[in-house]
Design a protein around this ligand. Sequence first.
Ligand code: TXA
Ligand code: MG
Length: 327
Amino acid sequence: MLQPDGRAIAGAADIIRRGGLVAFPTETVYGLGAAATNPLAVERIFQVKGRPADNPLIVHVSGREQVGAVAASVSEMAEQLMNHFWPGPLSLILPRSPVVPQSVSAGLPTVAVRMPDHPAALQLINAAGVPLAAPSANRSGRPSPTTARHVLKDLAGRIDAVLDGGPCMIGVESTVLDITGSEPLILRPGAVTAAELESVLGCFVRYARWENGPPPSPGMKYRHYAPRAALILITGLPRRRERLTQSLAAYFRRRGFRVGLLDLSTSACGGDPFADAERAARYLYRALRAFDARGTEIILAQELPDQGLGVAVMNRLTKAAARIIKA
Ligand code: TXA
Ligand code: MG
């Protein structure tokens, strides 16, 4: 574990250039980086995470000129979005350039690209002189890491280094936006909201729905972000939710289960749903990991309003949930 000073960055960049793996902080979650142009290094990412080979990686850049190298073409809409949201938590799906190995994109003709808003990440990419293919730095299926310690908990002994940039500011992953089709589609909600995208693009931005056939994004297929405990997501009106939570907690405790309550909607921010959602995003994965560390067997989580970052938090909770119960 390295403090990201000049020497550590230079050392980490050297590891990347030699085909190694370095975990690094971003504003969303920690990433596990390898040189995006090195197929063997990319292969190691899939191995150490235990990640299915058909789930593509995001390529992280530190400058706009690198986008031209990894994407076969950059549309006007892409330019507009990069100008407005980069560096920041928006990954754009673009046509893939042959410079990017097929394995990065899991064989798709597209590539996801983003410029993270974190000095250590940008310095590492600059020093390595190559874009970094980087998924979240957790074992596949586990909650994403928001501290360097979380990274080591999952991957110690399997990776070459982790740059410790402290806790991540946002706490949930980037918005993934597909702009290769006739209209922009959100494949994964994140910190950049549909409303923000709409106000910049001046058009409707919808969420991709997976009905039948192949999923719009391979990541949609898998159970994600899950703690070891069984997470029960409780939806409905606040009063009824609270009552059901209390009675379920009592029920499971009587039967000898270790129960944890995750109420991310509790207002510590004066009842402002947007501020609540930001706080919920920042602490979500940390809370799930803390329950695991305590040996919690059942987590009772209450839903959040679908506002601001609440959309992303609810997306993660829904995917992590063993059951969803309406109060
Ligand atoms: O905030 C983030 O995005 C973090 C940090 C490290 O940057 N990274 C991250 O990566 O969350 P990962 O691998 O955990 O999630 C990448 C998501 C997956 O759901 C994947 O299916 C989707 O992006 N994805 C990547 N490339 C794609 C492509 N070409 N087409 C469709 N979906 C793609
Ligand atoms: Mg991930």
